[in-house]
Design a protein around this ligand. Structure first.
Ligand code: PAF
Length: 281
């Protein structure tokens, strides 16, 4: 069934209040639209945890830097609605920008911890302030019980989890494993930017992370394995922002010879497209 679309906070609250009155729980899946199988996996996981699933579609200008891809970010609301109907989502909140950021809007969430890990924050300094602010607003506007976030944006997942915990937001943030194309490329709305040749090379990011993980499991020092992964991507023509091993819970640089849980994270440009990926060891 086609999910209902609401565009104002008032209408959203009216709909979620009905669910509350019926004692139903609900999960929120925040998105910027241009939905792919990865987003639909978040909806499916939401349906596992809650009675209803709310998907938000909002291209949040505040998380894009001046020279980033805001104007060309893919938009396809009709296609998104059709996919969400198929996936079994119940409600879509797709507000216009002026509904979200009223005149004189002047508040942002200030972050530390995993938001200051010298990863995405180093290369996109505005990004997490924008993400945390919109996600905090969506949590407050909706009052969702659960919130589904993809592990593909691993640092984002940790930042949002920490924010919800620190600010006592009554929502459980749940991370969902990355969906991949058959050749391993992590699904992303930005994959649409890749030319055919670039798409062929793009799988190398995941491959190099997998090879590094294998070496680390066989005893190679993590940062040495990651330096080799970075070199192999550079040789293929990528411009690497970072390829690094971090503590999976804090994103701190791991101590040498420790047995802390590791996450391998990468961000690299191929042509004009910036791709990110990560895997556990
Ligand atoms: O991951 C995304 O698509 C965005 O950062 C999010 C969480 C929807 C906030 O705009």
């Amino acid at each position: 069934m086609k999910p209902k679309i609401v565009r104002t906070i008032e209408a959203l609250r009216r709909e979620t209040a009905k669910w509350r009155n019926d004692d139903l729980t609900f999960a929120i899946v925040p998105t910027m639209g241009a939905l792919h199988e990865g987003h639909l996996a978040l909806v499916a996981e939401g349906l596992e945890h809650a009675d209803k699933v709310l998907v938000t579609i909002f291209v949040n200008a505040r998380q894009f830097g001046a020279n980033e891809d805001l104007s060309r970010y893919p938009r396809d609301e009709a296609g998104d609605v059709a996919k969400l109907a198929e996936a079994g989502a119940h409600l879509i909140f797709a507000p216009p920008p002026e509904e979200v950021y009223g005149e004189g809007f002047a508040t942002t969430v200030v972050l530390k911890g995993p938001a200051k890990a010298n990863l995405e924050d180093k290369f996109r300094p505005h990004f997490f302030d924008g993400v945390a602010t919109i996600v905090a607003k969506l949590f407050i506007q909706s009052g969702a019980d659960f919130a589904m976030f993809g592990e593909k944006d691993y640092q984002q997942l940790l930042v949002v989890t920490q924010m919800a915990r620190d600010l006592d937001m009554p929502v459980r943030v749940i991370g969902v494993p990355t969906m991949r194309a058959p050749d391993g490329l992590a699904l992303s709305s930005r994959n649409q930017y890749l030319t055919k040749t670039e798409r062929g090379y793009a799988t190398a990011i995941h491959k190099s992370l997998m090879q590094a993980a294998e070496k680390i499991r066989s005893g190679t020092d993590p940062q040495k394995a990651m330096r080799a992964a970075s070199r192999s991507l550079t040789t293929l023509g990528f411009k690497v922002d970072y390829v690094t091993a971090r503590n999976a819970e804090t994103l701190a640089v791991p101590q040498s010879h420790s047995d802390e849980p590791l996450r391998l994270l990468a961000a690299a440009w191929i042509g004009k497209t910036r791709l990110i990926d990560n895997i556990e060891v």
